[in-house]
Design a protein around this ligand. Structure first.
Ligand SMILES: Cc1ncc(C[n+]2csc(CCOP(=O)(O)OP(=O)(O)O)c2C)c(N)n1
Length: 937
């Protein structure tokens, strides 16, 4: 109650009012007030009431109010006055942080009791001035906070308590501090050793933000204490070698070996890469895994995802890996998510974080049911430069972290020259994530001791900054000096620490030199297969398919499905008879059902996938009255694995990166991503180029991700026609993935099953050009026996041409929808000398099968590749080089297409129609020869 003696008159009235609010809901008052009220007794309340009735001189009241406003300003805007820059730049400041702005002086504060400031800083302080100083040290020191963007009062209260009550202060015992110094010493000496031993070689030194490593140590320690099973880290080049060595425990010998013996600076290892398809990556992009064993029982797996040069694109990949690690899917229904099992950490650059859009896309995932991972700890390694570019040229906001505020992410800024402050930041971050399962970000403000890489001269572009850095002591020097002054460690011990760290590196270098082996042949196991054949999945009985179908068309009795949709779905009950008519959506559902029955979990995501962009899937049913949903694939009696389906946010890069990461980390799951229209995947091109197409060759990363890309020319204009098949074909090499374009629902059914059954023994991404008009086309539909008896066929010969093979003069080769259009075209029956052969699997190229089919048409004198796409797009460039090896030289190879164009399709429907008919007629009439070309025929 002594607190209250200091308050009188209206101020005590205010306190009482606050107290009443506290009694109703403790979270509704600020943390500091709450801390006081937590210790109040009923007597205190009585006294407060008495005090409140006394008269107060109004000047005193206004000083108290001013002091309390100042304290509030420090708590909410202290970061604007914080000493965050090790290089000594002045903070931005804010008038609200100045005493005089509030109409009072330090002398006034010295007259007021410390309780007007409240919280931890008031404890033991002689007066409000002292308490205010302590408050400034908490909020505007070498650590500071931005919490006001967090909407939940409960969370804000928790965060204020964490700071105000110093709940997560870094331990101050001698052993802890000495260990911390030792760690910083290892980090620094490692960089110095590399600098001296391999002058000019790129390593993207961490010096200037060295404390990142002990920060990661601290998070990992906290994770172990919480029983976390896995920590997954994503980061770019900066400090990666240091993290690999000290956090992932990659042996020094291995790292030094890479330095000493790289044939080429950009990292081609000395393997016979032409023989094995593994071409590797530069050392500062490599990933690693380690298992930390603490005591007898606790194992923590730490994974550092490999990273391409494209900054920040690893973010969604790490989130997807994390989600995969958090889910159990060995049961039917929804996967069981345990976000406490895995902790993701994303380390960003200060220029890349606000600059690369994929960061915002990834932040947007945190609270979405298909994507949440229960919070990510973000760390910006802020060295105040992006290559040679300064903050005023690479971001429009004051702090590098400002983007995150829009996502309600709490932000902690820390000065990288104060290791204890930096550690407190991660201690709070981990506890917050643990408590609220939300993202939190630390902006670690440091500097970069060298150029962007070690071959760069930074003084060319930042002369003044580097003049300061040249003489600025390292964090190790600063911290050891501080510990020495406090008597925690002696100079001799400090020197011995350095000496020891050097010796260990020297020993490793000797070992590296002695043990170097130029060929890594054994590591290429599993990567040397060229054009392997995937294994056929087991056959599936008609009876089983019928049972699946019945269950897929069942929902609870009291479930009110939209009557129109119910009728639509009921049509599927009739298609397993002799009439057939199984359309794409139904074939897919039956394939999924059979895959789930075979214990293979499925995850399907993309924009509007639950219904399907073309209203063809309807995997998720909605009750018309309650809004409840029902997903038949989660209720199948025979399902033995989970089925997850989520509409994605409107994003391609982050969601595709996420699914790639998921597929890598859950290799036994069938993971599918569907683009709304195929060419929207262009927006995710870095994910396709850097991960899906090349991850295996660069990092031996295995993925069986399926990309479903709607493709086909139907008069919908330039951006809704082409999935840019040519791009996938161009990236195809060394059996890196499979590219298919199915023309029937049955083929799609079998292809899905083929992929699902080869997840582990033949893992490859699969790109499928998906149809639109074919989704319900009778000629593309399947009969029950097609599903029961057939398997996926990479090439489909023309059944109608079998009995007249000898009279075929022209073999039309094509892929996908155009085949069905030609078969359905009015002139088809007249074109008796034409056979229409469909290439359903474009890559790996089905050379043997095609050759066999072509051989059958021994009198054909012409092979024509027919495509809807312009000549410079589609499969033609790829096909033309592949096809020439398949037939005799006297056979002509021609092409029919739209003429070469910069835009994939016309926006005019009449022009589209005209061109489409010309292509089809040109293919079917052997007398007409108008082929596509640069300017048309
Ligand atoms: C998508 C992409 N754009 C450009 C680059 C080229 N680049 C590599 S590092 C870098 C500067 C990055 O600055 P920052 O994010 O602050 O990280 P730092 O290197 O300073 O640690 C640039 C422009 C890249 N790697 N990726």
């Amino acid at each position: 109650m002594s607190d209250l003696e200091a308050f009188y008159g209206p101020n005590a009235g205010y306190v009482l009012e606050l107290y009443e609010r506290y009694l109703q809901n403790p979270a509704s008052v600020d943390a500091d007030s709450r801390a006081i009220f937590d210790n109040w007794s009923p007597i205190d309340q009585l006294n407060a009431e008495q005090i409140a009735t006394r008269q107060t001189p109004s000047r005193e009241v206004s000083k108290i109010v001013a002091a309390s406003e100042l304290a509030h300003a420090i708590r909410s805007r202290g970061h604007l006055g914080a000493r965050l820059d090790p290089l000594g730049n002045e903070p931005l400041g804010d008038p609200a942080l100045l005493v005089e702005t509030h109409g009072i002086s330090d002398e006034d504060l010295a007259q007021l009791p410390p309780e007007v400031v409240g919280g931890h800083s008031a404890e033991g302080a002689r007066n409000a001035l002292k308490a205010m100083d302590a408050l400034r040290a908490l909020y505007s020191g070498t650590i500071s906070y931005e919490f006001d963007q967090v909407k939940s009062p409960l969370e804000r209260g928790w965060l204020r308590d964490a700071v105000g009550l110093q709940l997560y202060r870094t331990p101050s015992d001698t052993a802890f501090r000495r260990n911390l110094l030792q760690r910083i010493t290892q980090v620094e000496i490692f960089e110095r050793y590399l600098h001296q031993t391999y002058p000019g070689q790129k390593r993207f030194s961490l010096e200037g933000t060295d404390v990142l490593v002990p920060m990661l140590d601290e998070i990992i320690k906290a994770a172990i204490d919480c029983g976390t099973g896995e920590v997954i880290i994503g980061m770019a080049h900066r400090g990666r070698l240091n993290v690999l060595a000290h956090v992932l425990e990659k042996p020094y010998v291995a790292i030094l070996n890479e330095f000493g013996h790289m044939k080429h600076e950009e990292g081609v290892p000395l393997t016979d890469s032409f023989g094995f398809g593994y071409t590797g990556d530069v050392k500062y992009h490599l990933g690693a895994e380690t298992i930390l064993v603490e005591g007898a029982t606790v194992d923590l797996k730490i994974t550092l995802s490999p990273n391409p040069s494209h900054l920040e694109f690893v973010n969604p990949v790490v989130e997807g890996m994390t989600r995969a690690s958090q889910e159990r899917n060995d049961h039917k229904g929804v996967p069981q998510l345990n976000v406490d099992h895995t902790l993701p950490i994303l380390i960003h650059g200060d220029a890349a974080f606000p600059g690369e859009g994929v960061v915002a896309e990834t932040l947007n995932l945190w609270n979405l049911k298909g994507y949440t991972v229960g919070g990510t700890i973000h760390l910006i390694v802020n060295n105040q430069l992006g290559f040679t570019t300064e903050p005023q040229d690479y971001r429009s906001t004051y702090f590098a972290s400002d983007l995150a505020k829009g996502f309600e992410v709490p932000i902690i800024h820390a000065n990288a020259d104060d290791p204890e402050a930096a550690l407190m930041a991660v201690r709070i971050a981990h506890a917050y994530r643990n408590q609220f399962h939300k993202d939190i970000l630390i902006d670690l403000v440091g500097y970069r001791r060298w150029g962007h890489n070690e071959g760069d001269e930074p003084a060319f572009t930042q002369p003044q900054m580097y003049e300061i850095i040249r003489t600025h002591p390292t964090v190790r020097e600063l911290y050891s000096r501080s510990l020495q002054e406090q008597g925690v460690i002696s100079l001799k011990e400090i020197e011995m620490m350095q000496q020891r760290a050097f010796e260990i590196l020297e020993d490793a270098k000797n070992d590296a030199d002695a043990s170097f082996q130029p060929f890594e042949q054994e590591e290429t196991n599993g990567l040397n297969g060229h054009h392997d054949e995937p294994e056929e999945p087991p056959a599936i009985s008609a009876q089983a398919l019928k049972k699946f179908n019945t269950e897929l068309l069942s929902w609870p009795e009291d479930f009110s499905l939209n009557p129109k949709l119910a009728r639509l779905l009921q049509r599927r009950a009739t298609t397993l008879g002799s009439e057939g008519g199984i359309d794409w959506g139904q074939a897919e559902a039956l394939a999924f059902a059979s895959i789930l029955a075979d214990r293979i979990p499925i995850r399907l995501t993309g924009q509007d996938v639950e219904r399907g962009t073309f209203s063809h899937r309807h995997a998720v049913l909605h009750d018309q009255y309650s809004g409840e949903i029902y997903i038949p694939l989660q209720h199948l009696s025979q399902a033995k694995a989970s089925f997850a389906i989520y509409n994605s946010p409107l994003s391609e890069s982050s969601v595709l990166g996420f699914e790639y990461g998921y597929s890598v980390h859950a290799p036994n799951s069938l993971v599918l991503w569907e683009a709304q229209f195929g060419d929207f995947a262009n927006v995710a091109q870095p994910v396709i180029d850097q991960f899906i197409a090349s991850g295996r060759s660069k990092w031996k990363q295995q993925s069986s991700l399926v990309l479903l890309l709607p493709h086909g020319y139907e008069g919908q204009g330039p951006e809704h026609s082409s999935a840019r098949l040519e791009r996938y074909l161009e990236l195809a090499a060394f059996d890196n993935w499979r590219i298919a374009n199915c023309s029937t629902a049955a083929q799609y059914f079998h292809l899905l099953r083929l992929q699902a059954h080869n997840l582990l023994n033949y893992p490859r991404p699969l790109v499928i050009m998906m149809p639109k008009s074919l989704l319900r086309h009778p000629l593309a539909s399947a009969r029950l026996q097609d599903l029961e008896q057939e398997t996926f066929r990479p090439v489909l010969d023309d059944p109608s041409a079998q009995n007249r093979a000898g009279s075929i003069r022209r073999v039309v080769l094509c892929t996908g929808k155009i085949a069905i259009e030609m078969l359905a075209y009015k002139l088809r029956n007249e074109a008796q000398d034409v056979s229409i052969v469909r290439v359903e699997m474009l890559y790996p190229f089905p050379a043997k099968r095609l050759k066999k089919i072509l051989k059958n048409y021994s009198n054909a004198h012409e092979i024509v590749w027919v495509q809807e796409e312009p000549l410079n797009m589609g499969a033609w460039s790829y096909m033309s080089s592949q096809l020439t090896t398949l037939f005799e030289p006297n056979v002509e190879l021609n092409v029919i297409s739209r003429p070469s164009r910069p835009s994939p399709a016309t926006g005019f429907s009449d022009l589209f129609q005209f061109e489409q008919e010309r292509i089809i007629e040109g293919a079917l009439r052997t007398t007409i020869r108008h082929y596509g070309g640069e300017h048309g025929d």
